[in-house]
Design a protein around this ligand. Sequence first.
Ligand code: TXA
Ligand code: MG
Length: 334
Amino acid sequence: MKTKFFKDTKEDLQRAAEIIASGGLVAFPTETVYGLGADALNPEAVAKVYAAKGRPSDNPMIVHISSKCDLIKLTPRITADMEKLMEAFWPGPMTMIVPRLSVVPDVTTGGLDTVGIRMPDHPAALELIRLSGCPIAAPSANLSGKPSPTTAGHVADDLSGRIDAVVCGEDCQVGIESSVIDVTTDAPMILRPGIITKEDFERALGKPVALDPTLNRRPDTFNNDEFKPKAPGMKYKHYAPKAEMIIFEGAPEAARRAMEAEKTAREDAGQKVCLISFDEGEEVTAAHDFFRRLRESDEAGADVILTMALCEEGVGFSVMNRMLKSAGYNIRKV
Ligand code: TXA
Ligand code: MG
């Protein structure tokens, strides 16, 4: 298949929308990461998304809408919590898990009776959804297991020849995927942390919000079969660079010294070393840059990527969630 590369002009978005409406696959920019879109209500189209990404079929898609009014077409009723979250965070980097109506096919939700919905804060994404005339199912537009794409170039590297088209826009502003919050019960629970933090959610809802317990513990501290995140996607190996990756964790000065020493030792052994480190207080920049830096390290031919742990508060917690998975939980405590 020859992949078309579109701009984010009105005419090109119209052509992209026609592809979606006729059951094809189009990658497009959002404010978080690029998504790989298909008509969310067309099971054959959604099945093609899993195939193009090499994604396990039990991992549900997020369904993207262009207007808050579209929510009621996909879920039976809008609760007070949903109202508050929509008001505070849509359009924006928040996915709500809600009960689904049967119009949403099984393949879109990986067989679950809930569906993740998001209204992105991105003009080209919103226009594409509107012009397509359907909600758009869109996982991140990377090959399954690879870092999420934050530029059109990343999408092309992973999916050229496997999808119909890419809408090429600017690089993504946020850089990590949306915060996922389950509001199917009265006790909302964060399933995937993002740029919208637990504190932000608690402020908007005026009540405590739980974290999926698997977010606070490392998979290797669970017994077999006990590690069952509520978001199926959170259990898979993810965001992995080709290179080995080590996270240095400890008092900043000591961790930095240990990282430098490792760098010297590896270089003496003839290895190519890439460093990814962010200053304290730079968590939002870390979110923006992290996936791009992983891909750049691979392109530079890194044998090993060395990185410093971030303070696991606020957005730092969300970036660390990605960093730990990228490194396969390879942590060097100093
Ligand atoms: O920012 C984002 O969310 C991007 C852009 C394109 O919108 N999309 C994205 O999709 O990150 P994806 O498929 O890479 O990640 C979706 C996550 C997965 O961990 C999936 O398991 C979870 O959301 N999820 C989706 N529907 C769910 C449901 N009904 N119940 C629990 N988890 C769900
Ligand atoms: Mg993804």
